[in-house]
Design a protein around this ligand. Structure first.
Ligand SMILES: O=C(O)CCC(=O)C(=O)O
Length: 455
């Protein structure tokens, strides 16, 4: 059933070649997106137009039937496996990835040559995300005014999480030299030949989730102009979990210092910083410092390192707009602009500040806090002058973790839960399914899927 997008593309080519619709955006400006075919229909003069339309409808119908069937099958299996072990989930996920369900693995997809434009959201604002200096947390408890200074920071964090879902921190405790060295190691890796980079992947069919090097990600039929490396935190780290997928990690042999910097230091130190930031967020919600940390005992923390090449196409998409499906993300970036946050329907560029970290709360904090804190959409635009490197440390619960609004934000304050309980592995699986470049017509599952509100 993967024929449908291809058939649509042929159809679009044909329609666009045979029409002259006033006001039509050129294909160079749409990347040949299917959305534009509606404009083409009434004006086509091509004799193959209607037979093709008929064929296309047939493909699309079969495609949507098969996808609906997939969803029903997934739901029923997942319901049966609720509370089941992560092994069962893993087996289920592996079978999903390899089954003939009309899903093409990312690995087998070659990127299209069309530009990856996303012109739906091109309103901008000059606002800046809140910037917070955490220095008082690194000064002795006995320093004058220290308690008041810390309390002020906690309030700033609460406001930032409620209004923005994002903030930038300085004096966060993560060694700035380590950040610079890690970004340098990342550059040295992405500078390698494609052949060398392709070695940094689990052998096909051996790993249930996409890991290691990736150069052809995308979503909704659009390619992302970026490359990335994805690792789960190693066993033996402070947040070891039986669920951990770190056994599937493949580490680059080149550059030579990559492992000593990233594997041995960044992942370990990055987790400590993320857990510290989580303790501040916990406190900002009026909870004990270690509450949220304890709440996700089984951890699948991960590190993604990203490279966004220069693109002279305006607003070329390096990373499509998305909300993070995790607990918390902590991002470091080089001096090249590109990360943008959506606020009040406008994109706000996160200004890179040397040594700072960008923090954003993910979907799980939104659910735990019953919508008090927001998991906010963000994206990355390729820069037209400079390459961009970043890495994001992600706090992720284990797949068997049950997620639901906390009583502190529901029963204890007489508020109805806005989400029903779900198993994190289920949500993670849906997200992996979403994030496939050829799953254009599939139903996109976000956190709203678990909402208790009537649609
Ligand atoms: O590259 C970046 O700055 C952001 C990465 C990001 O948003 C993500 O990994 O979810």
């Amino acid at each position: 059933m993967c024929l449908a997008p291809k058939a649509q593309k042929i159809f679009i080519d044909l329609a666009f070649d045979s029409i002259d619709a006033p006001g039509r955006r050129s294909r160079a400006h749409t990347g040949g997106r299917c959305r534009d075919w509606q404009w083409a229909i009434p004006r086509s003069q091509n004799p193959f137009f209607f037979p093709l339309l008929l064929l296309l409808s047939l493909f699309s119908y079969c495609d949507s039937l098969s996808r609906k069937w997939c969803l029903i099958a997934k739901n029923s299996t997942l319901l049966q496996s609720r509370g089941a072990s992560s092994k069962a989930w893993l087996a289920f996920h592996s079978s999903l990835s390899t089954s003939a369900m009309g899903v093409v693995a990312l690995e087998s997809f070659e990127p299209a040559l069309t530009p990856s434009l996303d012109h739906r959201d091109s309103h901008h604002s000059d606002q800046e995300i809140p910037s917070i200096d955490l220095l008082p947390f690194f000064e002795p408890d006995s320093s004058p005014g220290i308690a008041a200074g810390r309390e002020r920071i906690i309030q700033e964090i609460a406001r930032a999480c409620e209004e923005w879902g994002f903030f930038q921190v300085v004096n966060h405790g993560l060694d700035c030299d380590l950040i610079t060295q890690s970004l340098r190691a990342s550059k040295d890796f992405f500078d390698l030949s494609m052949e060398e980079k392709m070695k940094v992947r689990p052998p096909p069919g051996t790993c249930p989730v996409p890991m290691g090097f990736c150069h052809n990600s995308g979503i909704d039929g659009l390619v992302e102009r970026k490359e990335h490396l994805f690792f789960f935190a190693e066993d033996g780290s402070p947040t070891k979990s039986p669920d951990s997928f770190s056994k599937y990690n493949v580490w680059p042999g080149k550059p030579q210092n990559f492992c000593s910097i990233v594997r041995e230091r960044l992942i370990v130190e990055g987790q400590k910083t993320a857990i510290f930031l989580l303790s501040l967020i916990s406190r900002s919600l009026g909870l004990p410092d270690n509450f949220l940390y304890e709440h996700y005992k089984e951890k699948m923390n991960a590190l993604i390192m990203l490279f966004y090449p220069v693109s002279d196409i305006p607003e070329d998409i390096g990373l499509h707009k998305h909300q993070d499906g995790n607990i918390l993300s902590v991002v470091a970036q080089n001096e090249t602009e590109g990360l943008q946050v959506l606020k009040d329907d406008k994109w706000i560029t996160v200004k890179p500040r040397t040594g700072s970290l960008v923090v954003n709360v993910g979907d799980i904090v939104q659910v735990w806090s019953n919508d008090r804190y927001k998991s906010v959409q963000h994206r990355v635009i390729n820069n037209d002058q400079n390459v961009r490197y970043s890495f994001a440390f992600s706090c992720v619960p284990g797949v068997s973790t049950l997620v639901a609004p906390l009583p502190q934000f529901t029963s204890e304050i007489q508020q109805a839960p806005r989400y029903r309980e779900f198993q994190y592995g289920e949500y993670m699986m849906y997200r992996f399914e979403n994030k496939k470049i050829v799953s254009k017509n599939s139903e996109e599952i976000t956190i709203k899927y678990y909402s208790t509100a009537e649609e």
